[in-house]
Design a protein around this ligand. Sequence first.
Ligand code: ADP
Ligand code: MG
Length: 335
Amino acid sequence: MGLLSKDVAIDLGTANTIVYVKGKGIVIREPSVVAIDRYTGRIVAVGNEADDMIGRTPENIIAVRPMKDGVIADFDITQSMIKNFIHKANVASVLKPRVVVCIPSGITEVERRAVEDAIIQAGAKDVALVEEPMAAAMGAGLPVNKATGSMVVDIGGGTTEVAVISMGGIVSSQSIRIAGDALDSAIVNYIKKNIGINIGDKMAEQIKMEIGSAYEDNEEGVFDVRGRDMSTGLPKTVQVKESQIREAMKENIEEMIESIKMTLEHTPPELAADVMERGITLTGGGALIKGLDKLVSEVTKIPTYVAEYPLDCVALGTGKALDDIKNLLAKTKIR
Ligand code: ADP
Ligand code: MG
């Protein structure tokens, strides 16, 4: 058994990396974060452990997110991170694993090659690529191979990818660099400007997950925010309201919806009609923003659904692509 080469799918996300092993399912789900000793360059921690260090490290240790906007920002650190996850997944024993990894739809040839090289240098025997929106749609259980239009909107940390898929191909797509991270920054800025408190990105993300919402309803959640008072320089706790956070995120969310509308405008009428009828599916961590589905369906007049496991869709879809790994590898090698 140990002599069989393993097939592995990797969702190398800006915020989270997920590793799926054929026959097992998802075995690793950790933040795409690496902690490094600034002076020696030595890697101190990877994944969850490194993430816990963000904002809490002594001066010599920095926590780095080596993926940015869906592509590799730091090659060596990304490669070490992948190596660590492959090792943890316990798939590199005797024979090297074959890997399928997903990439955003709009990236350059150079960016693609960097992903391939990083995976190979991290210890893979072969690597094949699948496009992220396709993986997201497959993972959400959409009928990607049928002659009908399916729309998927994947909102991750760095990018929001919108795509219409039909007969196994992406018919039209858009990728914008506004997603979860941008929402966090918007919350930091709003609280600085309107409340006079400085908070970190992590605190902003926590606020977003707890009380962030896109659509006004009767509820008004509150959150006790801890930060630094800008006038006294001292720590302070203030209460923020759901409506304030909605206001903070408003502009970015409008841009996401604009991108959905643009993609629909560039979709052939028959397929757009399919989408009108079958609806829009939201995936990625951003799909969990409360009321986003409701807002999207109100603005677009198209029924909108959140996928069952939004954070796992891309990994599950890339995992499904493993069934076709021979063809995918052949295609990758021809390029
Ligand atoms: P990526 O594929 O880029 O790694 P993910 O699909 O894993 O991204 O999503 C991560 C993003 O989703 C982060 O910005 C995170 O803050 C956000 N997120 C996760 N859970 C929630 C939630 N419950 N509400 C709002 N945003 C969330
Ligand atoms: Mg993703």
